[in-house]
Design a protein around this ligand. Structure first.
Ligand SMILES: N[C@@H](CCC(=O)N[C@@H](CS)C(=O)NCC(=O)O)C(=O)O
Length: 207
């Protein structure tokens, strides 16, 4: 079967990883082609479709939405929910839908905190703003503590967009800040995370 859409991603982007994991979990690799691009350079392929140059970007190449360019991983994942035969990860209606969307927004705020801190460390040392780094560190720590107290809620639903991104957040924090291991003081969250990280979709997309 020919591809319906193309996902432009960069291999270390945690936001793009959310979409890449969903593609594997929905078994729609044959329908959505994946192309790795380099960001923040003029030859970034995303710039041919959208001036922001951000990844992930989903370019719909066939069907009624042909020509559609989607940015933002949550929107892209919602669209991926409509491809293939598996039931959508986002519940169609009711309280379950709002609970999932609320948790997904929370996961995005946590991911932003970890990504911003990572970007600050990429600057030359004399330009790094220490109070900013400290604030983003504390924000993530508060989230890890809160998630530790909500593991039953997390585990009650096997796989949704929010659960995928939360596990990516936990993984990305360990990847970028291996010396600041969040696991020892959050054993229940660590157990939930280890089970998520052992899924083939996580192993295959590891940064
Ligand atoms: N809120 C966006 C965040 C996307 C984002 O920040 N992507 C980064 C990579 S992790 C990016 O495209 N950076 C390249 C740039 O800033 O030009 C989402 O969920 O997709």
């Amino acid at each position: 079967m020919s591809h319906i859409a193309t996902l432009l991603h960069s291999p270390t982007s945690p936001f793009a990883r959310k979409a890449r994991i969903e593609i594997i979990e929905r078994s729609i690799e044959d329908l959505v082609r994946q192309v790795a691009v380099s960001v923040r350079v003029p030859e970034n392929e995303v710039l041919l479709h959208n001036p922001t140059g951000k990844v992930p970007a989903l370019i719909v190449g066939d069907g009624p939405d042909k020509g559609l360019v989607l940015l933002e991983s949550s929107l892209i994942c919602e669209y991926l929910d409509t491809i293939g035969d598996a039931p959508p990860f986002l519940p169609a209606e009711g309280p379950a839908r709002w609970r999932e969307r609320a948790m997904d927004a929370y996961a995005h705020a946590l991911m932003d905190a970890i990504a911003w801190r990572t970007r600050e460390f990429r600057k030359p040392e004399e330009f790094q703003y220490r109070p900013f780094i400290a604030y983003e560190f504390e924000r993530a720590e508060r989230c890890f503590d809160d998630l530790e107290s909500r593991v039953d809620e997390l585990a009650a639903i096997p796989l949704t967009h929010s659960r995928i991104l939360l596990a990516i957040c936990l993984d990305y924090s360990l990847f970028r800040f291996p010396d600041l291991d969040w696991r020892p003081s959050r054993p229940r969250l660590a157990e939930w995370y280890e089970a998520m990280a052992a899924r083939p979709s996580f192993i295959e997309t590891a940064p």
